[in-house]
Design a protein around this ligand. Sequence first.
Ligand code: FAD
Ligand code: SF4
Length: 531
Amino acid sequence: MKTTSARPVRNLVLVLGDQLNLDSAAFHGFDVQSDFVWMAEVREESTHVWSHKARIALFLAAMRHFRQALIAKGWQVIYRKLDDPKNAGTLAGELASTLRRIVPKRLVMVQAGDWRVGEGISAAARETGVPLEIRSDRHFLCSAEEFAAHVRGRKQWRMEFFYREMRRKTGILMEGEEPLGGAWNFDGENRESFGKSGPGSIPEPVAFAPDPLTREVLSLVQKQFAQHPGSLGAFDWPVTREEALRALADFIQHRLPHFGQYQDAMWSTPGGLFEPSARRSQTYLFHSRLSVALNLKLLDPREVLSAAETAFKSGRVSLSSAEGFIRQILGWREYVRGIYWHLMPGYLMSNALKASEPLPSFYWTGKTDMHCLREVIQQTLDYGYAHHIQRLMVTGLFSLLLGVRPQAVHEWYLAVYVDAVEWVELPNTVGMSQFADGGQLGSKPYVASGKYIQRMSNYCSGCRYDPAKSVGADACPFTTLYWDFLLRHETLLRKNQRMAMQLKNLSRLSPAGRAAIRQQAERLRSSLRSA
Ligand code: FAD
Ligand code: SF4
């Protein structure tokens, strides 16, 4: 790493691995004569959680391509590579040493996507006496201040109210003050399973074969992070803006038409494990796999929303599919970010249900006889991807029912998914999936027995357990733990109107039935602890 000029530096513009947009607020007023961009690949960001190899490679490959794009514009970039022998290994260490060396007038950046990273950068700037200017991230449609205003004075925060406000604010899928089609959502038409015959043939998402720059990164990661989980064999993610735009167009044309209908469905092709193309289709189904490009800021959410809305307006997709997709980005994505910045840093340690079990070791290997978990975890290790219901209602549900410490669950999700950045991962894990925030993000815990998984997938037909059974040798562990969860938290859950139906079913269990479930759940817990 060397600066190409001895001229005094006005602004040192810091760009993080998830801030790869050329129209970022950080570049506003950038002066090619006196400003420098600063980027660094540091080991700490790949090891503070035990990151999947593909997640590490994705960030590094996208950063190196972004650096090339900046250089092509004629901008000066100070860039520290991971394998540079002088690399300090931490972002704060690298930054402090650059600040001391070149003493810029100002350090400029857009708000970091991770509270911990932001704190480290502020400390490095303070320590070296360089003024730090943090600009608000205009990638998002709702600022932290707007979100704070939205929740102020509300007893309950709900994504639905927030989403409607965002629809009104942006005019997306609106007719004046009313939602297009007369309804805010079309859940009744969405969320089907594939039925017994399965999804049939699904157009495979466009794949991006690694170019020489990405291949260099893949071999670096293979060498330096050999012990990390996951594989690089299926790495085909978009790592440039051009690729991200192609991925968006491909999704809108081929998979958005069925997105809404099948957004909650899961499927495992018999024999698919051995046929790469079938396996890839069954992994992505009708999902967009755009979270990576969005979170790295290679795509702007406005262009994604506009593409989906245009597809509907030109008659290429139904309103229910377009709305189902738009809700995820305009609603959930913005809402979880608002929650994150509103409640950090305390949110990280939330544990409303006082869960204390360790994360079962099979989360890192996929070695379990529960077919649903085996499929989802193996897919996660192979691709660094699982769709929302696989994350929420398979891996997330099991750890919630088992009573795993939420911070251990959080570290796993942050490590194993290629799209994981803390502002989006943490509220989804701690709030939505583990109910560790006691209901700040969602109104009730997402709990269900194995029968939900049976309804939404074909996993159970290839499993040694029976989702209808809660006790006995072939009882489904999800079903045992579901009843046990309701028993353990009955007092707390009775205060929640939305749990009334589930607790009514619980009250039908006999004392002997309750005791048998408790015993079976305890045996399961102790066997997983010692596995
Ligand atoms: P699609 O199903 O095609 O959805 C379209 C887009 O909507 C996504 O690309 C994403 O940008 C957005 N979106 C959908 N659901 C959510 C949501 N709940 N929160 C925020 N945005 C959403 N998403 C991440 O981007 N990073 C994470 O680290 C992450 N961790 C999660 C952890 C848990 C426990 C759960 C339950 C969900 C998590 N999600 C996370 C949300 C969601 O699962 C992923 O965004 C989605 O699976 C990404 O795949 P896709 O791009 O094919 O999404
Ligand atoms: Fe999963 Fe239970 Fe179904 Fe087996 S029976 S696949 S463990 S839900």
